[in-house]
Design a protein around this ligand. Structure first.
Ligand SMILES: *Cc1c(COP(=O)(O)O)cnc(C)c1O
Length: 372
């Protein structure tokens, strides 16, 4: 395959990544950061991101799949790699071979791990469910599980917040309830003679908004990539890491009243220029961005979509005169002059969350790494 002929790329600013990492490490102690690099580091490239963070001193990573952990190990990433849910039993030996720490929470899996000969046994951390109800052992199962685990040290005990990003009294109360349930899980294990070496529950929101939740470490994804979970209230010092860039590939004049693109949804208010940009929903530009009033930046000015987003191309209404030509740089996400469009802006316009926008930038978009 011939790479990079189409003028589209995601620029990944590793300097901004390191800035965010340093900034988050600066939170009051204990503030060890576990870098969450699942889903290809939220679309930023897990190997490049993990390597850059490792070089900066990060020794703690989390992924969703054993496969993702193996990819990092093969790329030479050292330090702890924790898989954030319980893998299929078949995957445990592979995890062990690559020194990948797994999460476990069923009796079967914990028994399987305990029965495995020591040299093939993966490190494991116990996950307790404190109210997310996704995965994890229930609080009232902990005593029974403790018997399977046996007395002594385990690598860790952890849990996960459901609404720490939300701003309401109800979500604050629920987050505090999760914290107190986590404390009671710690006590139950302690009563059974089990001492977890690590305790963690905070995600980006926990680290930023619930200082009491930063236990031995915080598992941070979104904030590392430069976005605050509560985008509507935050003025933090985070810097977005990814920009999405393309170029004008075609220019034409369209009469007033004509309606570009599929569905003919938006009439031109004047006789004006409509330019084409060779990026579409197959690259992760959501179709709903058109209805949401999305814009792009060209030469420091914002311009709206002239019609619905197609699979491989978008059309931009650049106005009546607009001296815009083939080859001009188009910023879909990122800054140009005084204007800036964040993945969080797309999320608001598309009624989704910043996490989904970042993960949605597809494999078809080449990642270009900017060093510091
Ligand atoms: C994805 C994930 C995180 C990171 O969440 P952010 O909100 O992106 O910081 C932390 N913990 C678990 C269990 C996760 O699945």
């Amino acid at each position: 395959m011939v790479d990079h002929l189409r003028p589209v790329c995601a620029e990944i600013d590793l300097g901004n990544l390191i800035h965010n990492y340093d900034y988050l490490c600066g939170f009051p102690v204990p503030s060890r950061i576990c870098a969450v690099v699942k889903a290809d580091a939220y679309g930023h490239g897990s190997v490049e991101v993990a390597r850059a963070l490792y070089e900066r001193g990060c020794r703690d990573f989390a992924v969703a799949l054993v496969e993702e952990g193996v990819e990092l190990r093969r790329a030479g990433v050292d330090g702890e790699i924790l898989v954030l849910s319980q893998p299929p039993l078949d995957a445990l030996a592979i995890a062990a071979r690559h020194d990948i720490t797994v999460t476990a929470y069923t009796k079967d899996a914990i028994k399987f791990i305990s029965d495995t000969p020591e040299e093939e046994r993966p490190n494991f951390q116990l996950k307790v469910d404190t109210g997310m109800y996704r995965v994890g052992a229930a609080l009232d199962e902990l005593s029974a599980l403790s018997e399977v685990i046996g007395r002594g040290e385990i690598d860790g005990l952890w849990s996960h917040f459901a609404v720490a990003d939300e701003v309401s009294n109800e979500s604050t109360e629920f987050t505090k309830l999760q914290l107190s349930r986590f404390q009671s899980a710690i006590n139950t294990l302690k009563g059974a003679g089990i001492i977890p070496r690590q305790l963690h529950i905070a995600n980006s929101s926990g680290l930023l908004y619930y200082p009491e939740s930063r236990l031995t470490k915080s598992r941070v994804g979104l904030a590392l990539y430069g976005y605050a979970p509560r985008y509507e209230v935050d003025e933090l010092g985070l810097r977005p890491v990814m920009s999405l860039i393309s170029e004008v590939s075609f220019v034409k004049t369209v009469e007033a009243g004509e309606r570009p693109s599929y569905g003919r949804l938006r009439p031109m208010a004047y006789r004006g220029k409509v330019v084409t940009v060779p990026i579409g929903y197959a690259d992760g530009v959501p179709r709903s961005l058109f209805n949401g009033g999305g814009e792009v930046i060209i030469k420091g000015h914002r311009y709206p979509f002239a019609g619905v987003i197609t699979m491989d191309q978008v059309l931009i209404d650049v106005g009546e005169e607009g001296n815009i030509e083939i080859g001009d740089r188009v910023t879909l996400i990122g800054g140009d002059g005084r204007e800036n469009i964040g993945a969080d802006e797309w999320a608001r316009r598309c009624s989704t969350i910043t996490w989904e926008i970042l993960c949605g930038i597809s494999k078809r978009v080449p990642r270009i790494y900017l060093e510091r």
